[in-house]
Design a protein around this ligand. Structure first.
Ligand code: ARG
Length: 589
């Protein structure tokens, strides 16, 4: 069974068919009025319009075919012709049991699987990450987990920014810092030392220097541009340095991403597209897809249908200096992925502010026939703001590094732990582990619960709170269930047949039943907040159940066993859902 709505849709479809109407009208969904019914079917309304008949009359005929259905406890006509359906407690119990024992906690794998490349993270070598990179990492990693959970083939690629001016800036800054290194002698073309001449701290020190001086000193900027061009043209010493810069950066980035439970299958970068670029440029010129314009080579991507908007600027294949930029590396990367990964879909999880860039790239890809535009999606997101409503910055106006964010989140989580007096009977190691898990839950959930495209305010005190719609609240719910299951085990109480007796239990079972729909929406809209919403509502429904249904203290053994089984079902779905969100639950808290 996919879920109850699907089962009822099938039954209603058959009823429509039985009275000579289109079975597709039988779509059933959760009721808008949960106080009156569990599910509703609105098909009679549309059927009435089509057949020019009174919808209530049609609804009445449908009931004649449905009221004996074993899963339906009550069915009635509401308003102008809606069908209100209440399902039997036996059906809810069966469904809850399925959720308890299923590997997918009641969800269904997707039938038509795709091979999906998810381009996310997008950190730049040497440049500190800003909060936009945090969002890309967290949203991208969650989509990766979600797609994989549903059964798709997924390849997550960090697409490192390693081909721009910042590389030339680092080279120039390092040449002043350590001029004696062999990499700067144009006459030497190798071999160069295996060991990196710089650490991540060196890069963190050199980059701001170089980028600052580039802004104020034109001659310096030109040197950086020249170094960048020489690097791109293949100067051996510079290429060797690039390799070191990348290695050192990736190692440092991995530490920060680890904290966020973010991982990649590929750590390719813009520079990996380089070997494809010359051939691509030649081919696009030859086929007449690229045109010369003021010394540059472009692909016009404006369309008739853009009318009314400002005309879309062309895609830049080569700039007037013959240089390769962000457009060209992205197009060549599409080619590379098509050749090496054979994807059917590519998702780019990048700041909304790059929307135009991706539109240009996708149109150029379509024009070149590399990969269809409708299989390329920019998954944009809003900004993370500070108290002032502007993009979140450090107190002195600087970029917030991911490592700083991680540190701040951990500090805040540790404060909550000591406020709640959680640490008293736990070892230091366990407190540290719980702190990391609270910080992780706080950071990821507070980002993911927002509609992806909206902005949100960065507020660690709120994010780490154990109450409200937060990650730590969800951990708390999971930990509470784990504790009561541990106790039941110690007391030799096992789970047994599920009985759905109270309204609260009905509500909880119905909530669990909605898991598949939530995942489906999250996937089809590429919006993780649908899953967050589901998990939060699940925790709330569990809380209501827990508050009014004694478990260990319950005298009736059948009831106690049923409640334990319900707890196991909730925990299975809660942990499965949190795992898709990349959140780990501690054993105790
Ligand atoms: N490095 C870029 C940035 O920091 C993001 C890269 C996104 N991915 C891409 N294929 N363009 O803005």
């Amino acid at each position: 069974m996919t879920d109850i709505a699907a089962e009822l849709s099938e039954a209603c479809g058959k009823a429509f068919e039985a009275i000579g109407l289109d079975p597709a009208l039988g779509q059933v969904r959760r009721s808008d009025r949960p106080d009156l019914a569990d599910f509703q079917c609105n098909g009679a309304m549309a059927a009435g319009k089509q057949a020019r008949r009174n919808p209530r009359e049609i609804a009445g005929e449908l009931i004649g075919h449905l009221d004996n259905h074993p899963s339906i406890a009550e069915i009635s006509i509401a308003g102008p012709g809606f069908l209100n359906i209440k399902v039997t407690p036996e059906l809810l119990a069966k469904r809850a049991e399925g959720i308890r024992t299923s590997d997918m906690a009641g969800a269904q794998p997707i039938v038509e699987t795709e091979t999906i490349v998810i381009d996310f993270g997008g950190p730049n070598v040497a440049k500190p990450m800003h909060v936009g990179h945090l969002r890309s990492a967290v949203i991208g990693d969650t989509l990766k987990r979600l797609c994989r959970f549903l059964g798709h083939e997924v390849i997550g690629d960090a697409h490192l920014g390693d081909w721009g001016l910042q590389m030339g800036q680092l080279i120039v800054a390092l040449s002043e810092d350590q001029p004696e290194l062999p990499y700067f002698d144009a006459a030497i073309d190798g071999p160069f030392p295996d060991e990196s001449p710089v650490t991540i701290d060196d890069l963190a020190r050199l980059y701001p220097l170089a980028s600052g001086q580039s802004k104020s000193d034109e001659a310096y900027r030109e040197r950086c541009q020249k170094a960048t061009a020489e690097l791109q043209a293949g100067r051996a010493g510079y290429r060797a340095l690039l390799k070191h810069f990348i290695e050192v950066s990736v190692e440092a980035l991995k530490v920060d991403y680890d904290r966020l439970n973010v991982s990649f299958d590929l750590w390719k970068g813009e520079s990996d597209a380089d070997p494809l670029i010359a051939g691509m440029v030649d081919e696009l010129k030859e086929r007449g897809i690229a045109e010369e314009s003021d010394g540059a080579w472009i692909i016009p991507v404006a369309r008739e249908t853009d009318k009314g908007k400002t005309e879309m600027p062309p895609f830049i294949l080569l700039n007037s200096r013959g240089g390769v930029g962000y457009h060209a590396t992205d197009l060549a990367t599409i080619l590379d992925r098509v050749k090496t990964l054979a994807p059917t879909l590519m998702l780019y999880v990048v700041d909304q502010r790059q929307a135009l860039h991706f539109q240009q790239v996708f149109r150029a890809s379509e024009k070149a026939g590399y990969f269809a535009e409708d299989r390329l999606e920019h998954i944009g997101f809003g900004t993370v703001n500070g108290d002032d409503g502007k993009p979140f910055k450090t107190r002195d106006g600087g970029t917030v590094r991911l490592s700083d964010l991680n540190r701040m989140a951990l500090e805040e989580a540790e404060k909550r732990i000591s406020e709640a007096n959680l640490s008293s009977d736990l070892s230091e190691e366990e407190v540290r582990d719980i702190g990391l898990k609270i910080a992780l839950a706080a950071t990821r959930f507070s980002d993911l619960q927002n509609t992806r495209t909206t902005d949100y305010k960065f507020d660690l005190v709120r994010f780490t709170s154990f109450e409200g719609k937060t990650g730590p609240y969800l951990l708390y719910a999971a930990v509470r269930i784990k504790a009561l299951l541990r106790r039941a085990k110690a007391e030799d109480n096992a789970a047994g047949e599920i009985l759905i007796e109270s309204e609260t239990e009905r509500a909880l079972a119905l909530q669990m039943d909605g898991f598949n729909t939530a995942l489906d929406q999250a996937f089809s809209k590429r919006m993780p907040h649908f899953l967050c919403e589901h998990i939060y509502n699940l925790a709330q429904a569990f809380s209501a159940f827990y508050a009014s249904h004694p478990i260990a203290a319950e005298k009736d053994p059948a009831r106690r066993a049923s409640r334990l089984a319900i707890c196991e079902a909730v925990l299975n779905q809660l942990e499965t859902g949190l795992d898709i969100l990349g959140i780990e639950t501690p054993e105790r808290m």
